[in-house]
Every structure is written in C-alpha cells, then in structure tokens.
Design a protein around this ligand. Structure first.
Ligand code: ATP
Ligand code: MG
Length: 544
C-alpha cells in the first residue's frame, strides 16, 4: 500500500486483528441482493471490499445475498457480475447464500435444541405490536416457552409446508426488554411460497437477513464483514447468531457511511420504480445512477474508482455533490479523449475563394503522451454552428459577425462577405473568404481575430444524432416523484461531425471541441446510426 497516508478506521481494525493474530489473512465479501442493478453507492462498497483484498493480499468473494426470492431474478445476478468486472475488479469465488439453506436450517434447529429459538404463532402485526418502543420494553410472546420437542416438530412442519405463509415464524429467544429493539426476539425464519431463482420450490421457509448474513460470512471464512451504517444496531444480533451457532470472534462486522449524492436516487427500490413506470428506458438508461447506466453514458470505470478513492471511508453519513463525480469523469476524459469537431445546429458557410479542397493533419489530443494526428479536409462548403454567427451580436460576442473575422479551428481565418435569410429572417447561409497563409505557421497566422469556432466540411461530414441529459432529479429534497426533472433527455438529430467520426466504435469517448465530452452509443455505426451520448460538459463546477 502507499506510504504517507493515515489508515482509515477499517484499515486500523484490520491491521490490529492481523497483529493480534485473530486471522492470518483477511477475507472480505461484496454481498449484493440480486433485486436490481448496482448503483454508484454499490461502487463505493465494491471499491472498499476489493480494495482491501488488494491492499492486504487477501480474498474478496462475490456473494449473492439471495434469501428473498420474491424480489430476486437472474437478470440481476448477471448484471451484477458484468458491472463488477467492468469496474475492474475480480472476485475470488462466486457464492450464493441459497447454497447454504440446508446448513442455515441446521443452525436454526441447533438453536431450538439449545432453547434459543422458538416457533411463534403471531402474525407480523402482532409481532410489531408487542415489540415495544425505544422507551418501553416489549412483551413476551405466549408461545415463547414451548418445549424444545414441540418447537422442533413445529419448525419441521413449517419446512414441510404444513402452514400457510405468515402463519408461523421462528424467533430467536433473546430478550424482550433489551434496550436494542433488534434483540427483542427477532424473527429468523418466515414461511414464504415463492419460486427461488436457484432453489426453485425446494423451500417454503426462508431465513431472515439478520440470521442469514452472519452465517453466510462465517461459513465462508469471511474475517471482516463490511456493511453500511444502518446495520450498526444489528451488530449485537450479528454477534449473537455467530456465537450461538458456534463461531468465534471473526467474522467481525464493520459499518461505514453509505454514499448519498445530490440530485441522485440511491436505492434499488426507487430505481426499479422508475424502470417499471417507464420514466426511463431501463436500468441502463444513461441518466440512471446505475453502473450500467454510467457505462452507457460513457463514464470511464477509472473515473468511478478515482471518485470512490477520493470520497474515502467514514462513519458519518453525508451527501456528496454530484459535481465531484463529474469532476473525476472529466479528469480522465481530458487526459484520454481525442478532440474532434462537431456542429450541433449546422448552418452553411460558403468559402468563395476555395478552388480545390485541402487536407491537413490535425493533432488528436494535446494531452496525450504519444501524439497522434488525423486528416481533416477543408473545402468550399462548410458547416458551422448557428450559434457561432450573429447578425446582431450580443455584448462580448467573439464569433463571426457581419464585417468580422474568425478563425476556423485548426484551419484558416475567414472574413465575412455576405449572408442570406429566409422569410422569417433566419440565416440560411453565410458567404466568406479565407485569408491565404493564415493557417498555423503561415505568414498571416498572427493576424488578430476575436474567436475560434469549430466547423465541418459539407463534402465528407457525417450526420449525427446527439443525446443530451440532465439529472433525473431537481435540486432539493422531498419525495423523488415530485422532483423528476422534466425533459431530462434531449435529442439533437441534425448534428454533423467531421469525417473521422465514421470510424468510431461503440463507447469511444471524444471531446467535441467547445461542446463537451461525448461517447458513442452501444450500437454505433450499425444501420447507418451515428449517435453519441453527452457524457459531461467541459466546465467543471466542482469546488467552485
Ligand atoms: P438498496 O437500498 O439500493 O437496495 P442495499 O444496501 O439494499 O441497497 P445490497 O444489494 O444489499 O443493497 O447491497 C450490497 C452492498 O452494497 C451492501 O454491503 C451495502 O451496504 C452496499 N451499499 C448499498 N448501497 C450503498 C451506498 N449507497 N453506499 C455504500 N454502500 C452501499
Ligand atoms: Mg437491500
């Protein structure tokens, strides 16, 4: 690991456990429930768990926490794998909580035999009503003192399908007056008839998270079970299960603050709602804060890792400015993306003194370590952006105006000759002349011009469709249903790009000069479709 950095609190715990000989090597896990696609919050947990694996030369497993069949699906299982691999991490083992259902069941019988679990006939409402509050203890269930034999029989009957869903539960027998409500005889098994995506209909009882999770960790030899802060109050129960089921001081649960981000929905449940209600095109819609959405949008995985590194690990919940994530995206793209010219709203520019087209080499990326160039062709008919010409210029306008001059990026300086308008007064065409020898290195290159604009050659340019996005959420807080940004996806289907763009491949990322960073869509180039997603603008608002 790098020197000169103070350890975060997780590393401190790990180093002291290693020093005390509690373990020889660490084992972590990333435990998603396959009930949705991973989002940027999960990236934080992935970077922590897989980062520790690398740092301490340990292991990190991908474990599906698939104990809730009614919400889970193989589509999610597959997307999760794809997203972790895309982020750049490798797991040691791919594991499923459902593979331990039999072992978990045995642990439950074992608790019953020890007098530490009982079958309760209360329904969910009665359990809630007798749980007590933060200031008052709960009341004991009338079924709490059933004999071991009766409990064993009832639990076996639950498994055998003798009872309806919700008719009985298995509860841990802990302490109904515990100050910690999680310790007031929590439910550890429930009856649920739902087909599981892996075990099918083999089971009609399923373990609850608080019982299953410590066992999964313990079975797999996880040493440090890292989860988010809302489980802090569950840690005594985690330890209770672990100890009474016969495991030692490790695994140990460590909680960190979950990632929250401005203008971002960070919960699979709500993201699913957007998908189900058709508010977005799917889980991978480029506006979604899912890893697959970010991949479609064109975010580099490296930028997400750098962001996670920068936000660090803490124990205090806070909301990160979404501009910070974009800052890291821009950082990688500024270094890596080739620069090209595109006009979003084209208007013809006739250069009347051009006799024959010319081709020059233009540098692709001024920041590249190894400089490369591409061919750009200059000709008599060009396109520039409508915004780069103004008949009546606003103050401080630095582009082409009647009587003015402007430099065409990477090419000549041109001077205005005339323009035409339609019946509504919209400019339809501009005529200009280029100034010979004004190209970089030429005798007139030093001529003063107010501005530089991008252009494309009408003879060889490619028609493009650009997709531009806004945040899904408006600023503020409150119910996200009332905060959806109207018009968060805009389409520009008249754009034109320089010829080199024909050769792009899906997910190629480029800087469209003066416009922003764009990424070729996943089916770029097929069926004559040349489409780009706006990844992020050029301006960095982070820390400003
Ligand atoms: P969601 O509420 O979005 O469904 P979850 O916590 O229920 O999230 P899981 O699939 O259980 O999702 O999460 C897998 C792992 O990712 C857990 O260890 C969880 O703590 C972590 N995780 C989930 N959301 C965040 C977040 N916003 N920030 C950091 N870690 C997170
Ligand atoms: Mg969850």
């Amino acid at each position: 690991m790098e020197e000169n950095r103070t350890l975060n609190f997780i590393e401190e715990i790990i180093e002291s456990d290693l020093a005390d000989g509690k373990c020889d090597a660490i084992v972590t896990r990333f435990p998603p429930e396959p009930n949705g696609y991973l989002h940027i919050g999960h990236a934080k947990a992935i970077c922590i768990n897989f980062g520790l694996r690398r740092q301490y030369n340990g292991k990190c497993n991908l474990r599906y926490d698939d104990t809730n069949p009614s919400k889970e699906d193989v589509e999610y299982v597959n997307s999760i794998k794809q997203d972790i691999a895309w982020l750049g991490f490798e797991w040691d083992n791919e594991l499923y909580a459902s593979d331990y259902f039999e072992r978990m069941y045995e642990c439950a019988e074992d608790l019953i035999r020890k007098g530490l679990a009982y079958v309760c006939d209360y329904d969910a409402e009665q359990i809630r009503a007798t749980r007590g509050t933060l200031t008052s203890p709960g009341t004991e269930s009338p079924w709490r003192n059933r004999s071991v034999e009766e409990n064993l029989q009832l639990f076996r009957d639950m498994r055998a399908g003798k009872y309806a869903d919700g008719e009985k539960v298995l509860r841990a027998k802990i302490d109904m007056s515990s100050a910690n409500i999680n310790m007031r005889d929590p439910v550890i098994y429930r009856i649920l008839r739902a087909t599981h995506h892996r075990t099918g209909d083999a089971w009609c009882i399923y373990p609850m998270y608080d019982f299953a999770h410590p066992l999964e960790d313990a079975f797999e030899g996880v040493t440090h079970s890292i989860c988010t802060l809302e489980f802090e109050d569950h840690r005594p129960l985690y330890d209770w299960v672990k100890i009474h089921c016969g495991f030692g001081s490790l695994p140990r649960q460590i909680e960190f603050a979950r990632l929250g981000m401005t203008r971002t929905i960070m919960s699979k449940r709500y993201l699913k709602k957007l998908v189900d209600e058709g508010k977005v095109s799917g889980w991978s819609d480029p506006r979604m804060p899912t890893l697959s959405g970010m991949r479609e949008r064109g975010y580099p995985a490296e930028a997400i890792r750098n962001f996670c590194q920068a936000i660090g690990v803490s124990k205090a919940n806070s909301e990160v400015d979404v501009a910070m994530l974009e800052h890291f995206v821009r950082d990688v793209l500024n270094r890596d993306a080739d620069r090209v010219m595109v006009v979003k709203d084209p208007i013809k520019l006739i250069v009347e003194n051009v006799d024959a087209p010319e081709t020059y080499d233009v540098e692709n990326n001024p920041n590249a370590e190894v400089k490369t160039t591409r061919k750009v062709t200059f000709g008599r008919e060009l396109y520039i952006d409508r915004e780069d010409f103004a008949v009546v210029p606003p103050p401080k306008y630095k582009r082409l105006v009647p009587g003015g001059t402007v430099r065409l990026k990477g090419s000549y300086i041109v001077e205005y000759v005339s323009h035409e308008t339609d019946a509504q007064g919209n400019v339809t065409q501009i005529v200009c002349r280029y100034i010979p020898d004004s190209i970089s290195g030429g005798a007139n290159a030093g001529m003063k011009v107010k501005g530089v604009i991008q252009w494309v050659n009408a003879a060889d340019c490619v028609d493009l469709t650009l997709h531009e996005y806004d945040y899904l959420l408006l600023d503020g807080d409150g119910d996200f249903n009332d905060r959806l940004t109207p018009d968060s996806h805009r389409v520009f289907d008249r754009a034109k790009g320089e010829a080199a763009l024909r050769a792009c491949k899906p997910y190629d990322r480029l800087q469209f000069m003066r416009m922003g960073y764009y990424s070729a869509v996943g089916n770029y180039g097929t069926d004559g479709k040349y489409e780009f997603n706006l990844v992020t603008g050029l301006k960095d608002s982070f820390g400003k």
